[in-house]
Design a protein around this ligand. Structure first.
Ligand SMILES: [Zn+2]
Length: 198
């Protein structure tokens, strides 16, 4: 099964539905529930690439109906520390630090800590399919996440992009815009970030 992409309000963040998991949920619960093609009982995990409201706003509602929210511990700490309007407030069920692997039906999702856009941003990597769900860390066509919001860091983003550029990635599933064949897109983003952020 390929990831089902749902473009969510209010800022067009991508949500990706996998067999028993969803990666990012957008900010409008009613919209998302209408779009979901399967019973919610089957969604065990809600992975949040980070806790900005456009990706994570609906997470606490999904939690109320039984989904388990997965988030990086640093993201949670940052969300609590800044309490800014950019962050959605949600109490995660499962904290990750990077390196964990989750079973999602036939897929395996490896958590990679990729700070820079926020301090606890994560990417999820499926090693057999070579899929990378990259949140707001890396986008197609040489683009990369902004680093000027609370918890952002240009240096960390560059280091994260370098790490990702070394992975074997066939399909890039970004947090905004269309999924693309990777080719050397991540490498281009890394080079651009080094050029424009330093
Ligand atoms: Zn973001």
């Amino acid at each position: 099964m390929k990831p089902l992409r749902i473009v969510t309000p209010p800022l067009g963040a991508n949500s990706y539905l996998l067999e028993n998991a969803i990666i990012d949920v957008g900010g409008d619960t009613r919209f998302l529930l209408n779009k979901l093609s399967k019973g919610l009982k089957e969604i065990e995990y809600v992975f949040l690439t980070h806790s900005h409201f456009d990706h994570a706003g609906a997470a606490s509602d999904l939690q109320k109906i039984g989904c388990r929210v997965v988030m990086h511990r640093k993201e949670y700490d940052s969300m609590k520390a800044y309490m800014s309007q950019f962050f959605a407030m949600v109490e995660p069920d499962i904290f990750v630090e990077g390196g964990e692997t989750f079973e999602a039906g036939e897929l395996r999702l490896r958590v990679i800590h990729t700070p820079g856009h926020t301090s606890g941003s994560i990417c999820l990597y499926e090693p057999e399919k070579k899929w990378l769900f990259s949140g707001d860390t890396v986008f197609p066509y040489g683009a990369f996440g902004r680093v000027d919001l609370p918890g952002g860091s240009a240096l960390q983003l560059i280091q994260s992009l370098e790490l990702l550029s070394k992975l074997e990635v066939d399909m890039l599933y970004p947090g905004h815009e269309e999924p693309v064949k990777n080719g050397n897109q991540i490498l281009i983003s890394y080079n651009n970030a080094r050029k424009f952020l330093i």
